[in-house]
Ligand binder design. Structure first.
Ligand SMILES: [Ca+2]
Length: 307
């Protein structure tokens, strides 16, 4: 398959990805392997970043994708790997990601607001002892029409890896097991689902997903549990840097032992004075449960779409 054909499949029609201009500074290292240039960093006491400085269009959405693996897998509660975005003339903001011991595909979306220059920094939280490697770091502009397609990567959890790149535990105490992708036989399609061992209150959260103001958005998923329980599914409006009133749409849902489909929908508001977070034009998804919850809960065929 040609590189362009591959990119069109990966990125969705209408956007062409470009390699990011990566600046390597020690202790980050760079070497070439089959499949491209690989950047690596072992844990250090500081916060050295792998940096890309890019020119962007104002008022535009971008998607950064990269492949990454680590010497330590699983989902740490303190997000050992992070991506910062620094818009020109503004403070930076940070996204956290889970790590896998096999090459896994990662995605980040951001909206440029008034900035036409961004600095991206990939770095490891030095609280966790590991070496992380990245390759195929690319960027593509995305248009709002593409949000009609599902923007949540690997929503069916069939990519063959154990760690969900788009999901992580969303409490710092680590009171519950992090979400993992497990084999499962009874779902309508595929052979893997996302699974969380609940045993007390907790929440998992997705990566940030792009939204356009004034459009209706839909978070759909299938779920079942070892025993009947109540969960809350949320379309969460907190921006990477929260100010003003808090927008979210939550729905309490009863999950039982049979697979069922659930949906949360809302219209993304346009009142940016009341909800300044809307200016970032990204939201994320949460699935949470109370302290009485016990046993395993499974999720599959997740999607986030815009109308
Ligand atoms: Ca599946």
């Amino acid at each position: 398959m040609s590189r362009i054909a591959f990119l069109l499949i990966v990125m969705g029609a209408g956007s062409i990805a470009e390699d990011l201009p990566i600046k390597v500074t020690a202790p980050w290292t760079k070497h070439r392997e089959e499949g491209g240039v690989v950047y690596s960093l072992a844990v250090t006491t500081g916060w050295p970043k792998l940096i890309a400085e890019i020119e962007t269009k104002t008022g535009s959405y971008y998607r950064v994708t990269w492949k990454m693996k680590s010497t330590v897998g699983g989902v740490a509660t303190k997000t050992p790997f992070q991506l910062t975005l620094t818009p020109d003339g503004e403070q930076d903001y940070t996204y956290g990601y889970s790590l896998s011991t096999e090459w896994e595909s990662y995605t980040a979306y951001f909206y440029t607001k008034e900035s036409n220059r961004f600095k991206l920094g990939f770095f490891i939280n030095p609280e966790t002892e590991l070496t992380v490697s990245l390759k195929n770091i690319e960027i593509a502009e995305v248009g709002v029409d593409q949000f009609k397609e599902n923007t949540l990567p690997d929503g069916n959890f069939e990519n063959g890896l154990a760690v969900p790149a788009a999901w992580r535990a969303n409490n710092r105490e680590g009171k519950f097991q992090p979400p993992l992708i497990v084999p499962i036989k009874d779902f309508t399609s595929g052979e893997k689902s996302l699974c969380v061992q609940m045993d007390g209150a907790g929440e998992i959260a997705s990566m940030y997903l792009p939204v356009e103001l004034g459009r209706s958005v839909s978070f759909k998923f299938w779920a079942k549990a070892d025993q009947e329980c109540q969960i809350t599914a949320i379309i969460q409006g907190y921006a990477v840097r929260h100010t003003g009133s808090h927008f979210y749409k939550g729905k309490k849902l009863k999950v039982d032992t049979d697979w069922k489909e659930y949906e949360v929908t809302t219209e993304v508001p346009t009142e940016t004075d009341k909800y300044p977070d809307l200016l970032y034009k990204t939201m994320y998804l949460c699935l949470g449960w109370g302290k009485e919850a016990k046993g395993k809960i499974y999720f599959d065929d997740m999607s986030f779409t815009s109308k």
